[in-house]
Design a protein around this ligand. Structure first.
Ligand SMILES: [Zn+2]
Length: 241
């Protein structure tokens, strides 16, 4: 088979054989793929940088057995500044992990890819609140996998929301106080999650919200995603939330 060029970002990497690395790349064209980086464990290897998560670029791949072999990488961005800020790095890792979790083989999602890159750029270059960025990203994921949240009516009885609102972990939906199930969430947290959900990526910088409320939203979304897809997130540091 012929070599192919794809746009992608490295999700994670692990040592492989004696001097190689195995990387997962989220690509626009092929979804999530596994590829080997040959000889990159030696200090002077040319493609060493491609063994780092967040390496975003144009990858030249050669199909080989069950994996691809990376022949070359034209770097677009390494998002290097993330490494200088522990909180930002952890939250960015959480976004990569969320992509990895929902990208089953052969699932191709250019919209998810664009959201991820926009979120990383907002995080590294645009000085936006990192918790708002991550919550927006997680909410977008639910929309993309067909579980978009409904902020207007109770998912159970269809009544418009008034008064207390609950979040039902089993179904991953908001409910009114009259319906059974769910844990109560504050009106402020609910409004903040809704606000982030309805604000465009390009307008997120206009939001001024309190971190503790956004963190509650992130926790809710992570629990919801973990429950829906039956997975545990590894990258999230609970101290940050
Ligand atoms: Zn209801």
């Amino acid at each position: 088979m012929e070599d192919i060029a794809v746009i992608g970002i490295v999700i994670n990497s692990m040592p492989y054989k004696e001097k190689d690395k195995l990387i997962h790349i989220f690509t626009v064209e092929l979804g999530k793929i596994t590829a080997t980086l040959k000889g990159v464990s030696s200090p002077k290897a040319k493609l060493k940088f491609a063994g780092q998560p967040f390496c975003f670029g144009k990858f030249e791949l050669s199909p080989s057995g069950e994996f691809y072999v990376v022949k070359g990488v034209e770097l677009i961005d390494s998002f290097y500044d993330l490494t200088a800020d522990y909180a930002k790095f952890s939250l960015a890792s959480l976004m990569l992990e969320a992509c990895s979790i929902i990208l089953k083989p052969n699932i191709i999602s250019e919209s998810l890819f664009i959201c991820l890159i926009k979120s990383l750029q907002n995080l590294v270059y645009n000085g936006l609140n990192e918790y708002i960025i991550v919550l927006k990203f997680l909410i977008t994921i639910f929309e993309l996998i067909g579980y978009g949240l409904n902020f207007n009516v109770c998912d159970n009885c269809g009544m418009r929301f008034m008064g207390d609102i609950k979040f039902d972990r089993e179904s991953g939906t908001f409910r009114c106080s009259a319906c059974s199930g769910g844990i109560k969430i504050s009106a402020r947290d609910f409004m903040n999650i809704k606000l982030i959900s309805t604000t465009d990526y390009d307008k997120l910088s206009t939001l001024k919200l309190q971190n503790d409320s956004i963190k509650t939203g992130i926790k809710l979304m992570i629990q919801n995603l973990s429950h829906k897809l039956n997975v545990k997130f590894k990258s999230i540091d609970v101290e940050l939330l």
